[in-house]
Design a protein around this ligand. Structure first.
Ligand code: ADP
Length: 841
């Protein structure tokens, strides 16, 4: 075997190369290494340098090699690390001139050669990633870098380079790639699921609707039962599909979090009210305690927050057999722009074993299959909640003890609203000393926590046996209670009420009746029992505040309403039973209260189709029909009623149209549709009573002339948010009615502003028009004239959908709503003074 000794200083490089080429052409494998004839010894400097160089490159974690660039492409040198890399010894590698090519992965050979040819032609460094097969057949990924050494004429003669083992890097990259592919596949699956759920939901909605229609028809007992069961099954299926739809939408990144102004108190309290019947059915107490520092206005996604809370509270109710479920909220931290609210949902239920807690927030996971069988559920609720909380920048966590209960806690990062400060209930309430009477310890605890910080710190919650002694002791000490909340409905409650009312020393105390959730209570009976206001369970802080505010306003003695003097028409309407078709909640409230004061009762429906249905089922003395309603409007409903009367030979029912504007020609349209008379909104009680009275006695209603307000509030300046005199007149000089109307209006206006903002964001001109129309009408009722004008502008603008002008008007509306809300405490005071004045006179 010929030996190429390039380390000997006696051999020049060009000679070595020539020798190499010669040997290669002779077919002898060249050996690049230490020659046996090489003189060894300290005196040989080149040998020493080569040894140092060799020991250095042979310690590197890389294989170094050199090969000839003749037709045989034979390896001339390879460092011993080749054995670690591919399992072949240095000798084996060098002995077999084509071994390197054999071990090059067949799939990479072509690429390698192409890359190499390109490098040869342009003279660059050869860099490539390719696979080699190790002795045992496993694949080793190589990153090779080599350079071509050329002779004096520029002809390539050697190839020298290094080979790195990059197998681990390749594996990591492959895993990453596989992960990305899996994620993409997962997203595609979620999108498919979302589409499918949507497709399933659409016909299912039809099934639910049809079943509802079927249930409203006459069926025998068995048929009713089957239809009911089918309806329940459809509901259950709908819940599952909704969960899947939601989950897959979140997974597919299709859920967007909104940022609209909303009232966190309202979201939590509305949910409490909604779920209270489920809690009551299971005998559970459901409490909602929100610290007063939680803002009334902030920016966030109320629907998603409601969804999270609904899931947590529903779970808590599902997994609790006795005790209570509480929602608590408090501010955790606050910065200039944001506020973080911590919400807790805790129960005294079955609890969750510690070793199962970590799997809870994963999709499709339930604590154990027996729980699932017993309670049902998809196991998606918590996974959805977690993702929603995180999308909103918060965190969710859980603590639980088996047999004791579970506590879910999540944070909400909400943007502060410029409008937050308008609904503070003020010092007046915080100075009011309130005694609450509550029989059940669990509710006593809830109520004590709820009123903390809202009313005077000397306020108490006691059971019935302690009520009278506590009231008397406070009276004797010279710091009497202002308001007492007492339960209403049972004989024991009545005894307590009488024992309080019969005490001369407690004459100044105002009583608020606590009504059971589903109690059907006659409000006249409550007034006769000399309660200043009433409060229905579940007691929420907002209901509590409204009841106390109302009670503080009421006169100490009976607040029974005396009919307005001179309104003889009103006195003739006693006992009439009317149907009111009106979609606007605010107008429904006002119309019902107005009629009540004339001794009429009424049923209220929200659209023409329902009016048609209700009037077919029951005989009413008269119908008050709003003209503009969603779905079937009042004109069409009237035409259909008249057609039915003709077809079935029914007696003709008097119908009075209620319309928002007295537009020329409206009266004719109403009469042409078959209505008998026409009253414009905002309703003037006297005008309405006269119209009803006239129809009932078959005499036409005399034309009304506007009468001057008889009440005492100061006449408003043009810029006042409310025309209180007009409001009081419309409420028949009943300050309590007027105050309730204002409170309702405030709620309504605030939520309408939010709705309008959402609809504007969704470019939904038709909805904007409807909301603005209704708000305009509600504003007209309470005499909120500036607000009414803005609502009218919005209604007009919405027809052409000028987004810029609308958004400007919405800002104006927002500011005006805020001004109205700020003015309400003052308005309440003015109204109560007005009532005192009119009582004295
Ligand atoms: P599901 O729709 O099945 O209720 P969730 O994701 O909401 O799905 O809940 C997953 C599981 O977590 C439930 O099946 C139940 O085992 C457990 N769980 C959730 N909330 C509670 C709770 N308040 N008390 C006890 N177990 C709970």
């Amino acid at each position: 075997m010929a030996v190429l000794d390039v380390c000997a200083n006696s051999v020049e490089a060009d000679q070595a190369i020539a020798l190499l080429q010669q040997m290669v052409s002779m077919g002898e494998p060249a050996q690049f290494g230490k020659s046996s004839e090489c003189p060894v010894g300290e005196g040989n400097v080149a040998w020493q340098a080569e040894t140092r160089y060799r020991s250095l490159i042979e310690r590197l974690p890389v294989v170094t090699f050199m090969a000839s660039l003749d037709e045989r492409m034979q390896e001339l040198y390879v460092s011993p690390q080749i054995e670690t890399l591919l399992g072949f010894t240095q000798e084996e590698w060098l002995d077999n001139p084509i071994l390197w090519f054999q071990q090059l992965h067949p799939d990479d050979r072509e690429r390698w050669v192409t890359e190499f040819a390109r490098t040869c032609s342009n003279g660059a460094t050869f860099k490539a990633e390719y696979r080699m097969l190790a002795r045992d057949g496993h694949i080793v990924w190589i990153q090779g870098e080599c350079q071509i050494i050329r002779d004096d004429y520029g002809r390539p003669i050697f190839l020298q380079g290094v080979a790195f083992d990059i197998t681990h890097l390749k594996k990591t990259a492959e895993i990453e790639e596989a992960k990305l592919a899996a994620e993409a596949a997962n997203r595609a699956k979620s999108e498919f699921l979302a589409r499918m759920s949507h497709e399933i939901r659409t016909p299912l909605n039809g099934v639910v609707g049809m079943l509802d229609l079927l249930l409203a028809t006459e069926m025998n007992e068995n048929q009713q039962r089957y239809a009911h069961l089918a309806r329940e099954a459809a509901d259950a299926l709908m819940n599952v599909i909704n969960d899947i739809l939601d989950f897959s939408k979140i997974e597919a990144g299709k859920v967007e979090i909104e940022s609209v102004e909303f009232d966190p108190h309202k979201v939590m309290e509305d949910l409490t009210e909604l779920l209270a019947p489920i809690a009551a059915k299971k005998g559970l107490a459901l409490g909602c305690m929100i610290k007063p520092d939680v803002p009334r206005r902030c920016l966030g996604d109320p629907n998603r927050i409601r969804q999270i809370l609904t899931n947590l509270v529903n779970n808590a109710l599902k997994f609790t057999a006795r005790g209570s479920v509480n929602i608590r909220a408090a501010v955790e931290s606050s910065s200039d722009e944001h506020i973080t609210v911590k919400v807790i949902v805790e129960d005294t239920g079955i609890g969750i074993p510690a070793d199962r807690l970590d799997r809870l927030f994963k999709s499709f996971s339930q604590v154990d299959s027996s729980t699932t069988r017993k309670y049902g559920g998809t196991g998606l609720g918590l996974a959805i909640s977690k993702r929603l909380v995180e999308l909103m920048g918060g965190e969710i966590g859980i603590e639980s003890t088996v047999g004791v209960g579970t506590r879910f806690c999540f944070t909400l990062k909400l943007a502060k609203s410029a409008n937050d400060d308008d609904l503070d209930h003020g010092d007046r309430l915080r100075q009011t000393r309130v005694l609450s009477v509550e029989g059940q310890p669990v509710y006593r605890k809830i109520l004590s926590e709820q009123i903390e910080g809202l009313v005077s710190p000397e306020s108490k919650v006691v059971d019935a046996s302690q009520a009278l002694p506590t009231l008397l002791a406070a009276e004797a000490e010279g710091s009497p209670y202002t308001v007492a909340l007492v339960p209403y409905g049972t004989p024991e409650d009545e005894i307590l009420r009488l024992s309080i009312r019969n005490r001369e020393s407690l004459k100044g105390l105002k009583l608020v009746a606590i009504l059971d959730m589903d109690a059907t209570v006659d409000s006249d009976a409550i007034e006769k029992a000399r309660f200043s206001s009433s409060l229905r369970r579940p007691i929420t802080q907002s209901r509590f505040i409204d009841a106390i505010a109302e009670a503080s306003l009421a006169a100490t003695e009976s607040i029974a309403v005396t009919p307005a003097s001179g309104d003889t028409a009103q006195n003739n309407l006693q006992g009439l039973h009317l149907l009111v078709a009106e979609d606007n909640e605010m107008n429904q409230f006002v119309t019902r209260e107005t009629l009540k004061r004339a001794g009429c009762t009424c049923d209220v429906v929200g659209d023409g189709a329902l009016a048609l249905e209700a009037s077919a089922k029951k005989r009413y003395d008269l119908i008050l029909m709003d003209c503009q309603m969603p779905g079937m409007d009042g004109l069409e409903a009237t035409i259909r009623i008249r057609e039915r009367e003709l077809a079935d030979g029914e007696p003709r029912i008097p119908i009075i149209a209620l319309t928002a504007e007295a537009i020329q020609g409206d009266r004719e349209k109403c009469l042409a549709a078959g209505m008998d008379d026409y009253v414009t909104k905002p309703i003037n009680a006297g005008e309405l009573f006269r119209a009803i009275g006239a129809l009932k006695s078959n005499t036409p209603a005399p034309t009304t002339t506007p009468t001057a307000p008889a009440a005492a509030p100061a006449l408003p300046s043009i810029e006042d948010p409310f025309d209180l005199a007009a409001l009081l007149k419309r409420c028949m000089k009943d300050a309590k009615f007027a105050v309730n109307t204002l409170i309702k209006f405030r709620e309504r206006a605030c939520s309408d502003v939010q709705l309008l903002q959402q609809r504007l964001a969704g470019s939904d001109g038709q909805s904007i028009q409807n909301i603005a129309h209704n708000l305009k009408s509600a504003a007209a009722h309470v005499g909120a004239n500036p607000l009414r004008r803005i609502a009218n502008d919005i209604e007009q603008l919405s027809t052409e959908f000028n987004a810029e002008a609308l958004s400007q008007k919405l800002l104006e509306l927002n500011a005006e709503v805020k001004r109205c809300a700020e003015y309400i405490p003052q308005a309440i005071e003015d109204l109560s003074k007005a009532e005192e004045g009119s009582c004295k006179s």
